[in-house]
Design a protein. Structure first.
Length: 234
């Protein structure tokens, strides 16, 4: 028995090192996104001046995206803080877990987002795309070329708003390796709560739909700009 114990004792440090990956400072699963480095890549359309903001509630992805967008355009009275987030949630009519428990739908609908942005003086185009032909991604890329951050809603975490701020075709004609860069107000999918989520564009496209009502709406996006300028290629 002593010999058997001695063998395990020798192995324990090795096993501990192998199993300790989740608790070590080295991150073997995720890489920290560097917006400055990404923005310098040829062919990468990235709005580095949009400031990420983290929502205080996972149901507030809609209000947080509106806050980030209004902050980008320097709308008076908008500050990236919890008080502004809560005020926008009230103005939007954002619903929390109590709505879901009552058999309804939590969060914020695309129509509610459009209505509030219009009240703040924006020209807003609410688009859906169910042709499954990639045209919604073409719209996103056109918006980014024109320096328009674009609110989108996808099924991540059961249904979340995010702000599309970057697209990189990575210098190839194959769209299978394209990446979409999102400002994610509920950034809990990696080890860095920096507000950025980078996702394969084709994967995002397949997950890009809204389930905040009884009907699935494919690929909702809001092209919101000050009233003197607006673009759409859909």
């Amino acid at each position: 028995m002593n010999g058997r114990f001695f063998s395990w004792a020798l192995l324990l440090p090795v096993l501990a090192a192998g199993l300790g990956g989740c608790g070590t400072t080295g991150n073997v699963y995720f890489t920290r996104f560097d917006p400055k480095l990404a923005g310098e890549r040829p062919g990468c359309e990235l709005l580095t001046e949009v400031r990420p903001y983290q929502a205080c509630s996972e149901y507030h992805s809609g209000p947080a995206v509106v806050l980030t967008l209004l902050d980008y355009y320097r709308v008076p009275g908008i500050r990236p803080d919890a008080a502004t987030e809560e005020r926008l949630a009230t103005e939007l009519g954002t619903r929390g877990d109590e709505a879901r428990q009552a058999g309804g739908y939590a969060g914020t609908s695309p129509e509610e987002m459009k209505t509030l942005l219009e009240k703040y003086g924006f020209q807003v185009e609410l688009d859906f795309e169910n042709r499954h032909d990639g045209s919604a991604l073409a719209q996103l890329r056109a918006n980014l070329r024109n320096r328009i951050p674009t609110p989108v809603k996808w099924v991540d975490r059961g249904g979340q708003w995010a702000l599309a701020v970057g697209y990189d075709d990575r210098g190839t004609r194959d769209t299978g390796d394209d990446v979409l860069i999102l400002i994610n107000p509920v950034d809990r999918g990696d080890d860095y709560r920096d507000g950025y989520t980078v996702v394969n564009a084709e994967r995002f496209y397949a997950m890009w739909f809204d389930v905040s009502g009884p009907t699935i709406h494919w690929r909702p996006m809001l092209t919101a700009t000050p009233r003197e300028r607006a673009w759409s290629v859909l």
